[in-house]
Design a protein around this ligand. Structure first.
Ligand code: ZN
Length: 98
């Protein structure tokens, strides 16, 4: 989902940029300013969405890191969920499982 947010932002950014360029190429006509304005606005919103999507992504990654931490049943210190031997008390968890 967060990836889709970034894609929407990029698409909006690119389309906005193209509209803006098109508006600039029409310089001299009244409509040029309007097209440039809307293109620039779309470009700006695209940029905001990209930044928002990236922030969302980093937040989810942090949450994932937090959920992959548990306490050692032997010494009680915080350790990663996938470690086989506690780095603090050297307790072997694989032995316990077997
Ligand atoms: Zn331990």
């Amino acid at each position: 989902m967060r990836r889709n947010v970034v894609y929407i932002g990029i698409i909006s950014f690119v389309i906005g940029f193209l509209i803006f360029l098109y508006g600039v190429s029409l310089t001299g006509r009244n409509i040029a300013v309007q097209i440039s304005f809307w293109g620039g606005l779309l470009l700006f919103f695209g940029f905001i969405i990209i930044v928002y999507g990236w922030r969302l992504k980093s937040t989810e990654q942090k949450q994932k890191e937090i959920s992959s931490i548990r306490n050692c049943p032997n010494c009680g210190k915080s350790i990663r969920i996938d470690v086989k031997i506690c780095p603090y008390c050297k307790k072997d968890f694989e032995k316990k499982l077997n």
